[in-house]
Design a binder for this molecule. Structure first.
Ligand SMILES: [Zn+2]
Length: 404
């Protein structure tokens, strides 16, 4: 649930049904449709988490995880490494199967609110691909964990923590060139005028982003989005084609400047640092809890019994859940920084504000959710707040100029 550094995605996030008391612009209140859509999305997210969490709890409390392990051993002719893979296969398949009705409901929901034009076949293909990619990554990680547990039972958690960070950086680097293209087409941005503007922005910032890519989102969605992705040689800004068609060059420049702000403020490396800390706590806790489950509760005979995997996953899920408000707050802080960078670089808030309003309309985002919803669910500040912050900045500038 922690945000991946592979893509700093600027989706507009979630909303609320609660009627807020302060609205920045009376014309721009949230429609009942937007409230309804965001409320359903939120419940889907909660239900998805509960199902995943519930599955782990049920497997552990009923002892079915041991049966799953025995089944995996049977299929693997008692070969440990292969059995670990089969266990991961069965667990991810079970999880996907249980969550499938929700996934399908989400697909229907996007169509119901006219936010998607993806065909069922294409969606089904994406679901299968997503599951296979997840299975491949999970297999590598889980094999690694149990291999280390077997060879270094005392310090496995410390070793795996270090290796996980290396892999995390590796995935962040390859994501825009290997993982994203599995689901979407990308090509270098052809619009000369926009590229020119970005080059000028980068030069003024004394930095360089490797490229801007057009992201063919329109094949699957009517929503718009932009992101900063990758590390080092793969660092790039990606812009959805759904945004390129209907936004003015000034508005797109403001969005590019926001993404450049993430780059200038080094949000991806900082995100990796935060992740390093969180992962350390996770592995430390996992080791403690695993020992407690074996030595005190006698749930498993030994560390290397991979039937204890649901317990490791439960530790990770609980930690993510507890840290979510803090990580979201950190993300909102970064977003405010990137926003501020955008209008400071352009010296105007007008394109930023009109761009934000367009994004909110196009994505059916809630502009002004309740504070509780913001704190619990939003990785981005609500649009109304982002616009108010821009207006406050402009006023600040005026008063500076006025006092001279
Ligand atoms: Zn952002």
């Amino acid at each position: 649930m922690t945000q991946s550094p592979a893509a700093h995605s600027d989706t507009l996030g979630e909303g609320t049904i609660l009627i807020s008391t302060t609205v920045a612009n009376p014309e721009k209140t949230d429609s009942p449709e937007a409230r309804r859509y965001n409320r359903i999305r939120r419940w889907l997210g909660i239900a998805d988490f509960v199902i995943g969490f519930g599955l782990l709890v049920v497997l552990l409390s009923t002892g079915w995880t041991a049966r799953l392990r025995d089944l995996a051993y049977l299929g693997a002719f008692q070969v440990y490494g292969l059995a670990v893979f089969f266990y991961v296969f069965l667990l991810t398949a079970l999880n996907k199967l249980l969550g499938f009705p929700l996934d399908y409901y989400s697909f229907r929901l996007e169509h119901r609110f006219q936010l998607s034009n993806q065909k069922l076949r294409s969606w089904a293909r994406d679901q299968l691909k997503g599951w296979l990619v997840g299975l491949a990554i999970a297999s590598v990680l889980v094999e690694l964990v149990y291999w280390t547990i077997r060879s270094e039972p005392r310090f496995w958690w410390l070793i795996d923590w270090a290796v996980f960070i290396v892999l995390y950086v590796f995935f962040a680097q390859i994501a825009p060139v290997v993982l994203f293209p599995l689901f979407y087409k990308f090509k270098p941005l052809e619009n000369e005028a926009l590229r020119e503007r970005l080059t000028r922005l980068s030069e003024r910032a004394g930095t360089r982003v490797k490229g801007v890519y057009e992201w063919k989102l329109s094949e699957k969605s009517r929503k718009a989005n932009a992101a900063l992705a990758g590390l080092g040689a793969t660092r790039r800004i990606i812009l959805a084609d759904t945004l390129l068609g209907s936004y003015t060059d000034d508005e797109i420049e403001a969005i590019l400047a926001h993404e450049l702000g993430h780059h200038v403020h080094r949000h991806i490396p900082k995100g990796i640092l935060v992740h390093t800390g969180v992962t350390f706590v996770g592995f430390f806790a996992a080791n403690q809890i695993l020992h407690y489950a074996i030595e005190r509760l006698h749930m498993f005979e030994q560390l290397s019994d991979f039937a204890n995997l649901p317990l490791l996953m439960l530790v990770s899920a609980v930690l993510s859940f507890l840290l979510m408000p803090a990580l979201n707050a950190y993300s909102r802080f970064n977003e405010r920084q990137a926003d501020r960078y955008s209008y400071t670089a352009i010296r105007s808030i007008a394109p930023f504000i009109s761009g934000m309003n367009k994004l909110a309309d196009q994505n059916l985002a809630e502009r002004d959710p309740s504070r509780v919803v913001e704190v619990l669910f939003h990785s981005h500040p609500p649009i109304a707040k982002r616009i108010r912050a821009a207006e406050a900045w402009a006023q600040e500038q005026e008063s500076v100029v006025g006092s001279r």
